[in-house]
Write a protein that binds this ligand. Structure first.
Ligand code: SF4
Length: 460
């Protein structure tokens, strides 16, 4: 199944695509359904029940606020970060449902956390129920946030259908199929993705849309390296990117360079985005928000240290990078998962690392085999990566983990570029299968529940 580049990279509000973007979209869709299939004016109360991972880490991940944004009928692009929507709802105990009718809303009793209940379809479940003035249910729907901000209603989950297949010329379900089509038609992976995207909208829209995503990613880096202060949520974690930036700039001005300074720069750029995400900033999912620092850091790395070209060629590099990375992500979404709640952090930082490694190999002029090899190496050394964020916040280990993922992606691409004979033992398809099986076998304690690991061993 082909996933569009614009499904994979979407703009949202941090800190978690599965715990904020998904629930917000689900709540918004529920309200739209309420408006279209029932009498929204009869609604007196809406109750939201969060299950499993959403209940266990939802407070730290901002899920409750995201649900309220969705019930207000807001979309991420339209949110004004200066406006205190949540504060108003809490203070007034009123909510403007779908921007249409005002209902009573009590943050504490109208959002219920079912921490011990995991719905069978997926650990990120949520139920919305609207009641009339007599307490009768008007509409009840169950949704799942399945990763990267993608949602599915219960009836769609039964067949694991998120949507109908897109009308594109190249559908692929495995890396083997993808590379066979590329070889048959003389295309790079990025060419194939662009042909698919051009079948869905004009080529100019596609080009401008991709460049806009690249710009937003780099704007986030720029914001993050200037922002100072303490991250929200109670860990009292001080933001580090601004200080890292100042230290590096000073070293640079004093010509105090060391051979591994590039690693410091990559760390800085990944930190900048991950801290912006933790602070609830505007973020491009890549593939998720928790892992959104990996790709922008690798992009800035090749723009600064690898390619010395014209502005047009620099733009082309970003297009090749993001198109290649999106095809790799498509394979993980079709055959495994990008949800930390389903497969642990392998599905977030692991997939981001794999996408970035393949994309970087493509920008460096790698062959189809080298791109596959880079993406495979990157995941092979993220197998088993758990998700156990301290206090349920997307901060520890998440912020440093973005930096580690970005540096590992660069190394994976470099290893693959040295492999010039086109042979390697482990295919990308087999590592994706292995990652998924490993994720399913991981105890649920290590899948975005904060019931074990760092979350229980770090005192704060
Ligand atoms: S540990 Fe990984 S999967 Fe879990 S919240 Fe952090 S970045 Fe996401």
């Amino acid at each position: 199944m082909y996933y569009s580049l614009f499904e994979i990279f979407s703009v949202g509000i941090g800190p978690s695509s599965s715990h904020t973007v998904g629930p917000m979209r689900a709540a918004k869709r529920y309200v739209d359904n309420l408006r279209n299939t029932a009498d929204i004016n009869a609604v007196k109360r809406v109750k939201t029940t969060l299950y499993g991972s959403l209940a266990l880490t939802g407070v730290g991940h901002g899920t409750l606020n995201a649900v309220v944004y969705g019930l207000l009928g807001l979309e991420a692009q339209a949110i004004d970060l200066e406006q205190d929507y949540i504060g108003q709802v809490k203070a007034q105990k009123k909510l403007n449902l779908g921007g249409e009718i005002e209902i009573d809303f009590d943050f504490d009793s109208d959002i219920v956390l079912e921490k011990k209940t995991f719905l069978p379809e997926h650990s990120n479940g949520m139920k919305f129920t609207a009641y009339d003035m007599n307490g009768n249910s008007i509409l009840e729907e169950v949704y799942f946030s399945v990763g990267g901000g993608t949602i599915a209603r219960q009836d769609e989950m039964a067949q694991r259908i998120e949507r109908a297949p897109l009308a594109v010329p190249y559908q692929f379900n495995s890396c083997r199929e993808l590379l066979d089509m590329c070889r048959r038609d003389g295309l790079s992976i990025a060419d194939l993705v662009l042909k698919n995207e051009n079948a869905l909208q004009s080529s100019e829209n596609v080009r401008q849309g991709i460049l806009r995503l690249a710009d937003i990613m780099q704007e986030t880096v720029n914001r993050g390296i200037k922002a100072d202060g303490v991250l929200p949520g109670g860990l009292k974690l001080k933001r580090r990117a601004a200080k890292m930036n100042a230290d590096l700039a000073l070293k640079f001005s004093e010509n105090d360079v060391d051979a591994l300074m590039i690693v410091d720069w990559i760390n800085l750029w990944a930190f900048a985005v991950a801290e912006e995400n933790a602070a609830g900033g505007k973020i491009v999912t890549a593939p998720t928000m928790g892992s959104a620092g990996v790709l922008p850091a690798v992009m800035r790395y090749y723009q600064r240290f690898v390619i010395q070209k014209s502005p047009y060629e620099r733009q082309q590099a970003d297009i090749v990078f993001l198109a290649t990375a999106s095809a790799i992500c498509s394979l993980y979404r079709a055959n495994a998962s990008i949800s930390g709640a389903e497969v642990g952090c392998q599905g977030e930082i692991g997939v981001a690392c794999s996408m970035a490694a393949g994309g970087l190999a493509a920008v460096m002029g790698g062959s189809l085999s080298q791109i596959e090899n880079a993406a495979e190496i990157a995941m092979e050394h993220n197998l088993g990566l758990t998700c156990d964020p301290v206090k349920g916040l997307v901060q520890v280990p998440c912020i440093e983990r973005n930096a580690m993922g970005a540096v590992k992606a660069v190394n994976a691409a470099r290893l693959a570029m040295h492999n010039t004979n086109g042979s390697y033992l482990v295919s990308l398809d087999s590592i994706i299968k292995t990652m998924y099986e490993t994720g399913l076998n991981l105890s649920s304690k290590y899948k975005e529940t904060s019931l074990a690991g760092l979350a229980t061993n770090v005192s704060c």
